[in-house]
Design a protein around this ligand. Structure first.
Ligand code: PXP
Length: 241
């Protein structure tokens, strides 16, 4: 069964719109866990546009499932991760001007730098996942440098403008999943997944978990966090809390 990790960044986006304390991303995380999330994801960005450093420490104290910290492979973020000690760190590329993480990490082009961050985290028992495009070169490089897991970028599938494009993206994702599994990597996927497309991605053989944020937070505005999470777990074919 594929597990759901709920990304609560956009609860913090709403809070930052007024710079106060509501809505509280930690409260959202606890509601998501109650409804069946297997883990919580939060991305501490260099510009602190949504999640703040204090949120991560509080999440570490309060999350009873698994905490996945998304981060750029920088010295600043590595230091914070080594102090928070999340269960998993997902390394993502980060550009200041982007609305969200647009591309996968170029592991093949930055082997040495990524490998250094991977081993610094693993030394403290933080499992490391690399957010990559469904590209065989990136899968191979991720396995070579000793990552524990890869998260396959599903943005191109989510943005496909025709069924033909969606089918092609799905094949690329399936190929990436099977080569990652053969290379001994655990596999996740995420980005742009919603109530329409998450079921198919969850159904890929060997897919261990999906990391989903925006669509769940959008539904939560109208239906509440618990229902939004339960609905997503059901779409993925799992049991709700
Ligand atoms: N996985 C990664 C690596 C991401 O950067 C994001 C966006 O923060 C997600 C998953 C979740 O994407 P979405 O918010 O579109 O569900």
């Amino acid at each position: 069964m594929t597990l759901l990790n709920v990304n609560i960044d956009h609860v913090a986006t709403l809070r930052q719109a007024r710079g106060g304390s509501e809505p509280d991303p930690v409260k959202a995380a606890l509601a998501a866990e109650k409804a069946g999330a297997a883990g919580i994801v939060a991305h501490l960005r260099e510009d602190r546009r949504h999640i703040l450093d204090g949120d991560l420490f509080e999440l570490r104290r309060r999350v009873s499932t698994r905490l996945n910290m998304e981060m750029a492979a920088t010295a600043e973020m590595t230091e914070i991760a080594l102090s928070v000690l999340p269960d998993t760190a997902t390394l993502v590329p980060e550009k200041r001007e982007e609305l969200t993480t647009e591309e996968g990490l170029d592991v093949a082009g930055n082997r040495r730098a990524v490998a250094e961050t991977v081993s610094a985290l693993q030394e403290k028992n933080v499992a490391v996942s690399l957010f990559i495009e469904s590209n065989p070169k990136q899968v191979e490089a991720s396995a070579d440098i000793g990552a524990d897991m890869v998260e396959i970028h599903t943005g191109a599938l989510a943005n496909a403008s025709s069924q033909k494009d969606a089918d092609r993206e799905m094949l690329l994702i399936k190929d990436a999943v099977s080569s990652a599994l053969s290379a001994g990597l655990r596999v996740a996927a995420g980005h742009g997944l919603d109530y329409g497309n998450a079921g198919a991605v969850a159904g890929i053989k060997g897919m261990e978990e999906l990391n989903i944020g925006y669509s769940i937070v959008c539904r939560a505005v109208f239906d509440g966090m618990e229902k939004a999470v339960r609905d997503m777990v059901a779409v993925m074919g799992g049991k709700t809390g």
